[in-house]
Design a protein around this ligand. Structure first.
Ligand SMILES: [Zn+2]
Length: 182
C-alpha cells in the first residue's frame, strides 16, 4: 500500500506540530454538513472550517440516506448542532448512471441484485431540493428550521444556494427530472 505508507509519513509530520488537541467534542459552530464524497470537495477549506467546528457527513452524492439521518440524530441530539448545510456539486458522478442499469449489471456479474438504492439523480438542483425535503420530513431530527442546500461549482470553487425544499418526498430521488427553474 504505497499511498497509505506515504500518507502515514504525512501524518507523522502533522502530529509533530499538532496543537489543537484540547477542543471539546461538540462542534463549536453547532453545524452539520452533508456533502458528496467527491475528491474535489474540500469541505473544511471551502467553508473555512477549523478543527472542532462542524460535523461533516459524506457519501456518494451527499444523499440523505437513513444512515445520514442516523448521524444527524446523534449530531443534534447528543452533540448540540443546530444548523445543517447540504452540498452537492457540478460534474457529480451520480449524474452519469441510472440505478436500474447498474444494478442489472451487478446482478449479471455476481448473481445478486443489490437490495439498496444507488440513488443516482438526473438534476443536481432537484436532488438538493429532494434532500432538503427528506430532512424536513424526518421526525427524528429535532432542529429542521435551519437547513440550506447548495451546489458547489468544482471549476470555480463557489457555492450556489438552491432555493426551495418543498418538493414532495419520494423514495427514489431520481424520480423528479424537472428542468431547473434558473
Ligand atoms: Zn458527487
Amino acid at each position: 500500500m504505497p499511498v497509505t505508507d506515504e500518507l502515514l509519513k504525512n501524518n507523522e509530520r502533522f502530529a509533530e506540530s499538532f496543537d489543537k488537541g484540547d477542543k471539546p467534542m461538540p462542534p463549536a459552530r453547532k453545524l452539520a454538513v452533508v456533502a458528496c464524497m467527491d475528491a474535489r470537495l474540500h469541505v473544511s477549506k471551502l467553508l473555512g472550517l477549523d478543527i472542532g467546528d462542524a460535523h461533516i457527513i459524506r457519501n456518494a452524492g451527499g444523499v440523505v440516506s437513513d444512515d445520514v439521518i442516523r448521524s444527524l440524530v446523534i449530531s443534534q441530539r447528543l452533540l448540540g448542532t443546530e444548523e445543517i448545510i447540504l452540498i452537492h456539486h457540478t460534474d457529480c458522478g451520480m449524474l452519469t448512471f441510472e440505478d436500474d442499469a447498474v444494478k442489472a449489471q451487478i446482478k449479471d456479474e455476481i448473481g445478486i441484485r443489490p437490495p439498496f438504492a444507488l440513488e443516482a439523480f438526473l438534476d443536481v438542483d432537484d436532488d438538493v431540493r429532494q434532500s432538503i425535503a427528506r430532512l424536513k420530513a424526518s421526525p427524528f431530527i429535532p432542529r429542521r428550521d435551519n437547513v440550506r442546500g447548495f451546489v458547489y461549482d468544482v471549476k470555480a470553487g463557489r457555492l450556489r444556494e438552491v432555493e426551495g425544499g418543498d418538493l414532495e418526498v419520494t423514495g427514489a430521488s431520481a424520480s423528479l427530472p424537472q428542468a431547473a427553474a434558473r
